[in-house]
Design a binder for this molecule. Sequence first.
Ligand SMILES: [Zn+2]
Ligand SMILES: [Zn+2]
Length: 139
Amino acid sequence: MEPDFDIQKLRSGGFRLTPQRLTIIEVLREAGGHLSAQETYRHARERLPGLTEATVYRTLDFLTAQGVALMTHCGDGHLVYEIADQDHHHLVCRTCGQMAEIEHSLLQDLYDQFMRETGFLVETSHLTFFGQCPKCVDG
Ligand SMILES: [Zn+2]
Ligand SMILES: [Zn+2]
């Protein structure tokens, strides 16, 4: 991924690159993983004092709708956000909430099979599977 890919995406969509949007993209990028809206707000406020929580929530919604950020449910009703760079999926333990990531390549055969059997090109590249982690299965 080019470093400014997400910013170009917004620009080519004709959207204004407000300081709020840029700051939140930066925060998510530097986190390199998933952040809750609360965490995003905490980090973003350090860079852009005066930023309100409502603006952060609205901006996260906006970035998700534009495909710049990805949103995931992590089981307990919380949502986490991250920059949309590489395709991956999540495994979430329903008992303890532990999260793991799997690479999309593990599901590629399945996607190919969908295509063969239905002709449907599945574009969803960010799924969450719920279940039991190894510790909770044993416990
Ligand atoms: Zn994710
Ligand atoms: Zn567990």
